[in-house]
Design a protein around this ligand. Structure first.
Ligand code: UDP
Length: 236
């Protein structure tokens, strides 16, 4: 499968058309951004690690009946995907309080939540991705019915259950993560984008060492070293 035209370049990936109208190739970049791209960096090898980790997780989810845009990994940096129109929502699931949740509500960092918290953020860089609720989604036409909203929340909770158990067996705590969904040409909602240490917070179960993009956000060292360790732990 060849890359034809560059359709879109995002912060972490480039999307190319292919000779099939309903399939695209996502190329994972080495670029790192944080705080709405105010902090920028790059580390060689990061893109290929995220492509491999993401492919492995999409396959795990497929085995557990979660339908995504993932078709196959073409090589270490390129993923073949079904073409979808991304719903402009970041769906965040949290098991442990950290990051923006602790800042916004004063909840103690590291506190285990009583149940997994699902949040919606409106994907809009100009507005700094504000947190929104179900009614905002409907008022703004992001999703127009309760069924789709419930589907996103329930799928996010289901994904959390699968990933929590999977990472736990590999001595990793899934603190929180962000997922995105898209609609295919038949208006069916599929999980899309990526699931990687750029979009998840993962802590070592024994030491609580941060192994995800917080390493970049907080200048804690090399992300590649840590993402490699995650890939090794989940590959086995
Ligand atoms: N996240 C992401 N992209 C974003 C914002 C958040 O992938 O644009 C992920 C982030 O890596 C974390 C979770 O979503 O796993 C929750 O992030 P939070 O709201 O705490 O934001 P932050 O503290 O990173 O601003």
């Amino acid at each position: 499968m060849d890359k034809l035209e560059l359709l879109y370049e995002g912060k972490g990936k480039k999307l190319y058309s292919t000779n099939k109208q309903d399939e695209v190739i996502a190329e994972f970049k080495d670029d790192l951004t944080a705080f709405n791209a105010q902090k920028k960096g790059s580390e060689s090898g990061k893109g290929s690690l995220n492509c491999q980790i993401s492919s492995l997780l999409f396959k795990l989810l497929a085995k557990n009946n979660i339908k995504s845009h993932f078709i196959e990994m073409l090589d270490e940096r390129n993923m073949l995907c079904k073409k979808v129109k991304i719903i402009p929502l970041e769906v965040v699931v949290r098991n442990i309080a950290t990051g923006s949740l602790t800042k916004r509500l004063g909840i103690q960092d590291g506190k285990m939540l009583d149940f997994p918290l699902v949040e919606f953020y409106y994907k809009n860089d100009d507005l700094d991705d504000p947190i929104i609720n179900d009614e905002h989604c409907k008022i703004m036409g992001i999703l127009d019915n309760d069924k789709d909203i419930e589907f996103l929340k329930n799928t996010a909770r289901e994904i959390n259950k699968i990933l929590l158990a999977f990472f736990d067996e590999r001595n990793l705590k899934l603190v929180d993560f962000k997922i995105e969904f898209g609609k295919n040409e038949n208006n069916k909602i599929l999980l899309a984008d990526e699931i990687s240490p750029d979009s998840c917070r993962l802590w070592d179960k024994d030491t609580n060492r941060k192994m995800d993009k917080d390493i970049f956000r907080q200048n804690l060292g090399s992300v590649v070293k840590s993402y490699k360790e995650i890939l090794n732990r989940i590959n086995g």
